[in-house]
Design a protein around this ligand. Structure first.
Ligand code: ADP
Ligand code: IPE
Length: 266
């Protein structure tokens, strides 16, 4: 089994403040997936400009102190949920056009968090879809949170990747983003940043801050935290540049070392 995350930076124009699809990347990636060999595949995708701007505008995940705030957050939650659902519908549509049997799985309809972390969820349905040869497509979403102070949270695709991987133990976890992997510092801000081929801890990097786009789920730093948790339990992952031709195809076909490997030891 392979878990593949398509970052919001790849399938949308993440810098845009209104929802904007990157259909050029999406069609190419759908073609690459359809022509590569995998046995079981779960696709997780990010929200990009379909989710982050709303989640930020309505401060989803911040404390709710008054009924006025609850009312406003409710509106923001619905708007975000609707927007990422639309993105998911488009992603599934592009996959289907390449004969990939995509089935949409909506996180907000069955996942709850407690203080922003996923509470035990039942993955049986996903397992059944996989056994029947479907490709489940799940995504970053807004969800209800059991912490009474916040009540609602933003759930990143990266946390979903981590949760599914630790429970279903895939052979491979691939994360496609818009950079070649993890650098010692943000390559979009520092021209002297260099690519790390293997990362085993946060300490190896100078920074993972993300000020280039509105990202409410922690950008590269958040991603690395999830992946280091996986590394601790022996699940290796790789961050690759999904904006470059054939990287996804090669990674699905078993090529390793295209980007940055996140694992427990050097
Ligand atoms: P995605 O939308 O693909 O899930 P994010 O936008 O959350 O990805 O994170 C990718 C971005 O993180 C890159 O575009 C890059 O500008 C930024 N970034 C910050 N620090 C680093 C770093 N040390 N190495 C690589 N990218 C970094
Ligand atoms: C964010 O998901 C979900 C919402 C903002 C609703 P991700 O954090 O996985 O999205 P990207 O990949 O960074 O855009």
């Amino acid at each position: 089994m392979i878990i593949l995350k398509l970052g919001g930076s790849v399938i949308t124009r993440k810098k845009s403040l209104t929802p904007t699809l990157d259909s050029f990347n999406l069609i190419r990636i759908a073609r690459e997936i359809s022509t590569s060999s995998y046995h079981k595949l779960i696709i997780v995708h990010g929200a990009g400009s379909f989710g982050h701007p709303y989640a930020k505008e309505y401060l989803i995940g911040n404390e709710i102190k008054t009924t006025q705030e609850l009312k406003r957050k409710r509106k923001g939650f619905s708007k975000t949920q609707n927007s990422v659902k639309n993105l998911n519908a488009m992603v599934c549509q592009y996959l289907l056009e390449q004969e990939i049997p995509a089935v949409s799985i909506q996180p907000s309809s069955f996942i709850e968090t407690n203080n922003k972390r996923i509470i035990n969820i039942n993955l049986d349905l996903i397992t059944k879809y996989l056994e029947l040869g479907f490709v489940p497509v799940i995504y970053g979403d807004v969800v209800l949170d059991r912490d009474n102070k916040i009540k609602m949270a933003v759930l990143s695709g990266d946390q979903i990747v981590k949760y599914i991987a630790e429970n279903l133990k895939p052979e491979k976890v691939i994360l496609g983003s818009d950079v070649d992997g993890i650098y010692n510092k943000d390559p979009k801000k520092y021209t002297d940043a260099y690519l790390m081929k293997i990362v085993t801890s946060h300490q190896e990097l100078e920074s993972t801050d993300n000020t280039q786009t509105v990202d409410v789920t922690g950008g590269m730093g958040g991603k690395l935290s999830e992946l280091l948790e996986l590394a601790k339990i022996g699940i290796e992952s790789e961050i690759i540049n999904a904006t470059h031709n054939n990287n996804i195809k090669n990674a699905l076909n078993g090529v390793k070392g295209i980007g940055t490997l996140i694992r427990n030891e050097k």
